[in-house]
Write a protein that binds this ligand. Structure first.
Ligand SMILES: *Cc1c(COP(=O)(O)O)cnc(C)c1O
Length: 434
């Protein structure tokens, strides 16, 4: 006979009853946090809904264009919707922006000219930006175009080095790049409020400084976005939060009209700008993904906090911890051994809707000085709003994981990861549940 009992189903799916008990207690402990996450999602859902209604989104906007893509009203209206959601003047939202790195590259190259200087007041940027800026010597970098770079690190306690930033801003400083999420670095993620403080400080020194925020992984985690607190440009990837898991490709750049247009002239051609760029039938996924994004982000956030609480329970160092406020969806768990990292990723992979039968193994990846293991069983390749994990195989053996299109899937993935560690005798369960 078919059972409709949830615990029995979990047991059939390989989760032990002690773990389910612990999970139930954990979920109960996190009730208030989950409630607050739901409230943020509710607010952001209304914000997006209103933008779609105000712009009279209709099924004609889902029609495909090809070739040059002149008069693609679906594309143009989607950009108005994005501009409204971010309370910005203008937006560039395109499948031709092939990733977050590319969107950031286009925003930087579009707005910087030879002789200008770029400043990062929040320390080292995301790995892939090192090549773009030329921190790491790379063909075609900003550095090769005679655009220099300065960096001011965060202070050891994670706060801004205001003295250092003041000294770093000079006559050549044209643009500042502020990364909201810690990404895979060891520093706190910035809240939108902190970003606002930083922008005000820099604009007091230099009012015409272009302040760009790398918003990757941060969208819809709060009820405000960087453009609400003075950011001139805000940039991200559609295979992360704002694509809601449905966008199969794309990036966005929102902000002041002049700077968005500069980016558009770089993406297409000077003189052509936003007027061209066929959408090839992708518009519906981009609209619907944005519509779903608040709900998807809320599931990912719940998963991150739930994982933090469970891994804390087993004595692992987690960052952020399960009590801190969240400003992005990334969870880091330090597992202390390569075996545990591999077991964790095997659990996440085994929980996936796609490629659950595959075993992830550590592999040398260009640009890293050690092997890296990745778990991803995603509908969209490389999508990290879907449940995914990766870890460099080196001390202290920290795994970074994020995403989950639904809270239920994130929960199951995390339970699978714990079960995998338990089955390999890498964690013990002998405590009484208090
Ligand atoms: C993911 C990410 C990027 C780059 O995005 P890709 O789509 O992987 O190129 C840049 N910055 C941050 C903080 C990110 O998390």
């Amino acid at each position: 006979m078919i059972t409709t009992d949830l615990n029995t189903f979990y047991s059939n799916m390989g989760i032990d009853s002690w773990l389910l008990e612990l999970s139930k207690k954990t979920e109960n402990d996190l009730r208030d946090r989950f409630h607050n996450i739901d409230k943020t999602a509710e607010y952001n859902q209304l914000k997006i809904l209103k933008a779609m209604q105000d712009n009279r989104v209709s099924d004609i906007h889902f029609a495909a264009t090809t070739g040059y893509g002149y008069n693609d009203i679906g594309r143009d209206t989607l950009e108005k919707v994005y501009a409204d959601v971010f309370h910005a003047e203008d937006a560039l939202v395109r499948p031709q922006l092939i990733s977050g790195t590319h969107a950031l590259t286009v925003a930087l190259f579009g707005n910087l000219r030879p002789g200008d200087e770029l400043l990062s007041p929040v320390g080292r940027p995301y790995d892939t930006l090192e090549g773009v800026i030329g921190i790491k010597e790379t063909r075609g970098s900003l550095a090769e175009h005679n655009i220099t770079y300065k960096q001011v690190d965060l202070k050891p306690d994670g706060s801004f080095d205001y003295d250092g930033i003041k000294k770093a801003i000079g006559p050549k400083t044209k643009m500042a790049t502020i990364q909201r999420s810690k990404g895979y670095a060891d520093r706190p993620t910035l809240s939108v409020e902190q970003i606002g403080d930083l922008i005000s400080f820099m604009k007091d020194i230099k009012p015409d400084l272009i302040c760009m925020v790398d918003n990757c992984y941060g969208e819809f985690v709060e009820t405000v976005e960087p453009t609400d607190v003075g950011a001139d440009l805000c940039v991200g990837s559609l295979i992360k939060n704002p694509g809601g898991g449905l966008a199969p490709i794309g990036g966005y750049i929102v902000g002041k009209t002049e700077y968005v247009e500069n980016a558009a002239f770089r993406l297409t051609s000077p003189g052509l700008g936003k007027e061209v760029g066929a959408t090839l039938g992708l518009n519906q996924s981009l609209y619907q993904g944005l519509f779903m994004a608040p709900q998807v982000v809320s599931g990912a956030l719940k998963g991150a906090i739930y994982a933090a609480r469970l891994y804390e329970y087993f004595g692992f160092y987690v960052r952020p911890d399960s009590y801190e406020d969240r400003y992005d969806i990334i969870q880091a768990v330090t597992l202390n051994s390569p075996e545990a990292v591999i077991a964790f990723c095997e659990g996440i992979q085994a929980a996936a809707p796609v490629d659950s039968f595959v075993t992830p193994v550590p592999w040398p990846i260009p640009g890293y000085n050690c092997d890296v293991i990745m778990a991803a069983g995603a509908f969209v390749q490389g999508s990290s709003i879907e449940l995914s994990a990766d870890a460099p195989i080196k001390p202290p053996y920290t795994v970074f994981f994020q995403g989950g299109l639904t809270w239920y899937h994130a929960k199951y993935g995390i339970l699978k990861s714990l079960q995998s560690l338990y089955d390999k005798k890498l964690i013990k369960f002998d405590q009484q549940i208090k």
